[in-house]
Design a protein around this ligand. Structure first.
Ligand code: MNH
Length: 458
């Protein structure tokens, strides 16, 4: 006899479990369900069944690319209005995915980070100067400033464009992008009719925001193509010039636009979230700051010279701080999989194409995989011996398989460099009484996190 998959104890007709969800904090709510219902269970949202995986061996199963694959379903598929068949939102079979993947993989290799390093370092130094000029010992708005940094970095290294991020006020592109992202996130699980009644203003605004973003990017591409702006060794140049080695064809302007928009979306809030959470933990753990600074001073020296590319990979402890931050708060907190054909998961039967949500927020705190002090921030969990002792499926902040994050090396290089530079220049102090609350807008970030950044006393 077939065993039935666990599910919440009661369920409403039509609505299903929708009233149990938390529209403001959907993934944190799912992680709570994992505590109540176990590693595998199902929920029902307005007639749509979603299987949830939050730990243990079930995670290893669902990461198996032979039996499961990425699923592009809401809210991810809602981004297609903006990013079309760009890398992140493409269906597995779309030809634009394979082409962009082939062209861009070399551009995101560890070795290619060398060509983005100087621009990254410059942006980080601009951030530090901005804090010295504007903060004058008062608290800074961490999430907002980390967003300025990561957007500036991807703009400069991606396509030679500056959003003038370290000036007061916000670039129109940034205004449009944050509204468009909020729109996708807030309309993730609703019904179009409700959207019409509840969301008049946002609904009328959204097409305008999308149009502005597309036009901005199209202008940047056209200016580079025509030679109006100079060639440079960035992602845009590679997309314009390098053919797909498999077909010999170069990318269309439409596909390039989709990729640029994708990098702006996928590469900016995720890394900003990571940096914000890391600074939060550093503000609470002086002994970790001390160990990091010992390493930083030894590797980078104390003369304030620009950081060289090769030095970043030597910052092993700073890297462990980054890894541990992504364990507790993986900035992409969940992703979707689907069954390639009829199969089973943890012994339960699964139909072909059924949707499965992997909740990293729960997996990364599974006591079966991480021990019983899972809430503690401890970078030494990522010492090589400790990593080897854990199964590989315990930690997947960048996803799995063919559709895993292409920007992983980019994000890690940027994050290690930024934290090293910030720790070199500033003493980080928490605001007494701050309690971490986590905000979700597809990605996660600490809510209202403010920290005092004082020029470092040696
Ligand atoms: Mn990223 C896919 C997490 C930084 C560009 N990214 C993914 C996935 C996760 C992820 C998880 C898989 C999603 C899924 O299976 O549906 N990404 C992160 C995190 C960070 C991050 C936690 C930072 C920290 N990502 C970046 C950066 C870039 C980027 C930086 C670009 C500059 N990510 C992508 C792209 C994809 C992706 C593009 C889609 C890749 C594909 O499907 O081929």
């Amino acid at each position: 006899a077939e065993q039935r998959m666990p599910r919440p104890s009661w369920r409403l007709p039509l609505l299903g479990d929708v009233l149990r969800l938390d529209p403001q904090r959907p993934v944190q709510r799912e992680a709570q369900f994992v505590q109540e219902l176990g590693d595998v269970f199902e929920i029902s949202i307005l007639g749509r069944k979603v299987i949830v995986v939050g730990g243990g061996d079930a995670a290893a199963e669902v990461f198996d690319e032979n039996r499961f694959a990425k699923a592009v379903v809401p809210p991810v598929s809602n981004l297609r209005e903006l990013a079309g068949d760009g890398l992140f939102t493409a269906f597995n079979s779309e030809p634009a995915w394979a082409q962009a993947h082939n062209v861009l993989m070399p551009a995101f290799s560890q070795a290619s980070m060398r060509s983005y390093h100087d621009a990254m370092a410059e942006c980080i130094d601009q951030l530090c100067a901005y804090w010295v000029d504007t903060a004058s010992g008062g608290p800074v708005d961490v999430s907002s400033d980390m967003n300025r940094l990561t957007l500036e970095v991807i703009g400069r290294t991606g396509f030679g464009y500056s959003f003038d991020s370290f000036t007061p006020g916000r670039h129109p592109f940034v205004e449009s992008m944050s509204r468009a992202m909020a729109y996708v996130s807030q309309t993730a699980n609703d019904v179009p009719v409700l959207r019409e009644i509840l969301g008049w203003k946002a609904m009328r605004q959204n097409p305008k925001d999308i149009a502005l973003m597309k036009t901005t990017v199209d202008q940047v591409i056209a200016a580079r193509r025509s030679g109006e702006t100079p060639r440079q060794d960035d992602l845009l140049q590679r997309m314009l010039e390098n053919p797909d080695p498999q077909t010999g064809e170069t990318m269309s302007d439409q596909s390039i636009r989709n990729q640029v928009l994708t990098f702006l979306i996928a590469g900016h809030e995720t890394t900003a979230g990571l940096l914000s959470f890391a600074l939060h933990y550093l503000s609470l753990n002086p002994e970790i700051v001390e160990r990091a600074r010992e390493e930083i001073d030894e590797v980078l020296g104390t003369d304030g010279a620009p950081v060289r590319f090769e030095q970043v990979a030597k910052l092993r402890y700073v890297r462990r701080i980054v890894d541990e931050t992504l364990r507790l708060w993986p900035s992409g907190p969940a992703f979707f999989r689907k069954a390639r054909q009829e199969t089973t998961l943890a012994g339960y039967p699964i139909r072909k194409s059924e949707t499965i949500l992997v909740v990293l927020l729960a997996l990364h705190r599974d006591p079966k995989l991480w021990g019983d002090d899972v809430e503690r921030f401890d970078p030494d969990r990522f010492l090589p011996a400790a990593v080897r002792a854990r199964p590989a499926h315990a930690y997947k902040p960048f996803g799995v398989g063919a559709r895993a994050c292409i920007g992983r090396q980019f994000a890690l290089h940027e994050a290690v460099l930024a934290l090293a530079r910030i720790l070199t220049h500033f003493d980080i102090a928490a605001i007494p009484g701050y309690e971490l609350k986590v905000e979700e807008l597809l990605t996660i970030r600490p809510k209202n996190l403010r920290l005092v950044m004082r020029p470092r006393k040696r």
